[in-house]
Design a protein around this ligand. Structure first.
Ligand code: NCD
Length: 478
């Protein structure tokens, strides 16, 4: 099986079989490092890091050097033409004409997809804002597999900033795909985004049990449990006894505890204050004394700040330096595969815990834009050529998912392109949750962000939209 010329933008781009194949190749490569020197001779990797990085950039560059290839690099937007207003697409085309493979880290969510769409060479996402970081996930999964042989059935706890931590977003989908159960322990206010949860439930078919505040606490710790995701065919005790304490769920122990730092650079002002008030939970020796953590792998993508005590480093359960070191063979294997220099054999049957969903795609130019301020598709330099595009992931309520940053949202108004008898006075828009809206066939659906947008396109409000107006006017008068 060849992965030649494909890109790795999100972790969904690789099947379980491909990930396992890549791991065997990484094993082979680390057993015979010297023999790899030269396999990428004459090849050039562009390493574009427009956000700070130590591990990811240096391990990618080390990997390419160990394969005998060369590296060109840019690590400061200010030193590139992006700062002159050049678009990402133009930059991608240019770099793609110099290099054989591109590794990109960028603060905008969905930026790596744009580079992959325009570069004409394989592109690897090394982190796009708070969206995903698939190669970190490969290092994380590889570490779990090496230490525990299989991922299926393991209980993995994710700790800290689950809102902006891109490594956790990619990891969540990967763990679900491999059949692990996931326990979410976010720092208060930094819970997993709704669109990630929604995708997890719809596409990975498991069950999510949410716990409202006050979060269930593990004795002697700050552990606020937010939710548990269990993969299909994996009944868990809490689902059967919803009122029972979290300690029951933890009785069999947590297989891995994945700690993340607060992603301060992405915080809003309120989040910044909360975090500074010392609400961010810390993993230290005392916490790890708990029964649930007796055999737990303590993981962290690094860098750490205060959330993981240095006293844990000497503990044999600590895995984070191994995770980082394993980045080199993993990235060597990935580069060699995408360049078509190596192939992998994968089992014919794909045992991913994932439901293949072919959502209708909404591409009409009806003025609708992704509401995520960090999405690449709405940035001034990019709107000149990027057409907004969304997957219609649900009709009740109507939910769109941006194809770039994957944020989900529920637009308010819709119309049909097939208006009744073709008469212009039948050009009517409806509220997206009305029964009319549900009758519109996907291919006829027109979606609006606002009433102004609908009216600017000559649509008139339906009776129910007008009635809603009257009700709101009445309320205001009172
Ligand atoms: C992570 C990242 O950049 O998302 N670091 C890494 O690549 N190992 C995690 C982080 O910065 O917190």
């Amino acid at each position: 099986m060849a992965l030649t010329n494909s890109s790795l933008v999100t972790i969904d781009d690789l099947s379980n079989g491909e990930i396992e194949g890549l791991f065997s190749l990484a094993d082979n490569m680390s057993d015979s490092m010297k023999e790899q020197l030269g396999i990428c001779q004459g090849k050039i990797m562009a390493s574009l890091f427009f956000e700070p990085s130590t591990r990811t950039r240096l391990s990618f560059e080390t990997a390419m050097h160990r394969l005998g290839g060369s590296v060109i690099t840019a690590s400061d937007i200010g030193a590139t033409s992006l700062s002159k207003g050049e678009s990402i697409a133009d930059m991608a085309r240019i770099v793609g004409s110099y290099a054989d493979i591109i590794v990109i880290r960028h603060p905008w969510e969905g930026a790596a997809k744009v580079v992959a769409d325009y570069a004409g060479v394989p592109v690897i996402n090394a982190g796009d804002g708070g969206h995903q970081h698939p190669t970190q996930t490969l290092c994380d999964l590889y570490t779990i597999k090496k230490e525990r042989q299989s991922i299926k059935g393991l209980k993995i706890a994710l700790w800290g900033d689950l809102k902006y931590g891109r490594t956790t977003h990619s990891l969540i989908f990967a763990l679900a795909k491999f059949g692990a159960d996931i326990l979410f322990f976010p720092s208060p206010g930094l819970e997993v985004p709704e669109h990630v949860i929604k995708k997890l439930i719809i596409e990975y078919g498991g069950e999510l049990e949410k716990y409202g505040s006050p979060g269930q606490a593990v004795k002697d710790s700050l552990f606020p449990l937010d939710a548990i995701y269990t993969t299909p065919n994996s009944p868990h005790q809490l689902a059967m006894m919803p009122d029972i304490n979290i300690e029951v769920e933890l009785k069999t122990g947590v297989d891995a505890l994945y700690v993340t730092r607060p992603q301060r650079e992405r915080f809003t002002a309120t989040e910044e204050t909360q975090e500074l008030q010392g609400k961010y939970p810390v993993v230290d020796k005392r916490l790890l004394k708990g029964k649930a953590f007796r055999k737990t792998l303590v993981m962290h993508p690094l860098p750490r700040v205060d959330e993981l005590a240095y006293e844990v480093d000497a503990d044999p359960r600590s895995m984070y330096f191994k995770q980082a070191a394993r980045g080199v063979p993993i990235r060597m294997a990935l580069i060699a595969l995408l360049l078509g220099i190596k192939e992998i054999s994968i089992p014919r049957e794909d045992d991913s815990f994932i439901q293949k969903t072919d959502y209708p795609v909404y591409r009409r130019d009806s003025g609708i834009r992704c509401p995520n301020p960090e999405c690449v598709s709405i940035q001034k330099t990019e709107t000149k050529y990027i057409k907004s595009e969304f997957k219609v992931v649900d009709r009740e309520p109507l939910t769109l998912r941006c194809v770039y940053c994957e944020h989900g949202f529920e637009p308010k108004y819709v119309a049909s392109s097939d208006w009744h008898e073709g008469r212009l006075d039948n050009k009517i828009y409806h509220s997206a949750d009305s029964h009319w809206a549900k009758k519109i066939r996907p291919e006829n659906l027109i979606i609006f962000d606002s009433e102004n947008e609908a009216e600017a396109q000559d649509f008139k409000p339906s009776q129910s939209v007008r009635a809603h107006h009257r009700r709101s006017d009445d309320k205001e008068e009172k």
